[in-house]
Each structure stands twice: as structure tokens, then as C-alpha cells.
Design a binder for this molecule. Structure first.
Ligand code: FES
Length: 120
């Protein structure tokens, strides 16, 4: 099974405290003394959470202001909505994330059927 590819982000001490960093579709955040990684696509309309503002471990989506707790990934006020977690680690002060493999390619027919199903 292909778990993905480990990609280096950079030194932990250089990660910003008030926003995230996007690495190949993974949003990486410095939270306290540690680091958290989540899918960089808001479950609402796909906004980049890495571009959101972080205050006290909560990121605000820059598109429509949904807010997520970075530690458990849950949306504030709607805890059933969760940002998927990504594996992240710090080795010798350097952060790296596991970037999942790209999804399988789909035909136009499959894309259109899914869109019709979502609207129905
Ligand atoms: S895309 Fe994030 S709140 Fe709408």
C-alpha cells in the first residue's frame, strides 16, 4: 500500500505562529511547542486552511470564516465536521509531512455522475 511521500517542510522554529504553511495539499501549523498537519482543503468549499489566521490553536478559513480546532480538527460549533489529519513529525528540529498519493484518475462520466448525485 502506498502511504505517500515524506516531504520536508523546514525548521520548526521558522514556521509562523499565526498562519499555516501549505506543502503539496497538506496544511502544516505550529501549535504551542509542536506541529499539526491537516488536509489543506476546507470541508465547506475547499478553501486553503493554511492561508487562514491562527489564534490560540484555532484556524479560521479565509473564505467563509469556518473555524477549526487544530488539535482535534473539529469545526467549532459543528464538531461532526472534521479536517482530516495528516502525519507529521519533527526530526532534529526539522518538520516533515507525509503527503498522501494523488487520488485515482476519474473519467468525465464519473465526475458528472458524482456532481449529479450531490445535487440530487
Ligand atoms: S471554504 Fe472554508 S468556510 Fe467556506
Amino acid at each position: 500500500m502506498d502511504d505517500g511521500t515524506w516531504v520536508e517542510v523546514g525548521p520548526l522554529e521558522e514556521l509562523p505562529l499565526d498562519t499555516g504553511v501549505c506543502v503539496e495539499g497538506v496544511a502544516v501549523f505550529r501549535v504551542g511547542d509542536g506541529v499539526v498537519a491537516r488536509r489543506d482543503a476546507c470541508p465547506h468549499r475547499g478553501g486553503s486552511l493554511a492561508a487562514g489566521r491562527v489564534v490560540d490553536g484555532v484556524v479560521t478559513c479565509p473564505l467563509h470564516w469556518w473555524r477549526f480546532d487544530l488539535v482535534d480538527g473539529r469545526r467549532l460549533g459543528a464538531p461532526d465536521v472534521v479536517l482530516p489529519e495528516r502525519r507529521v513529525e519533527v526530526l532534529d528540529g526539522v518538520v516533515r509531512v507525509l503527503v498522501p498519493p494523488p487520488p485515482p484518475r476519474r473519467s468525465m462520466r464519473e465526475v458528472l455522475l458524482e456532481a449529479a448525485h450531490d445535487e440530487g
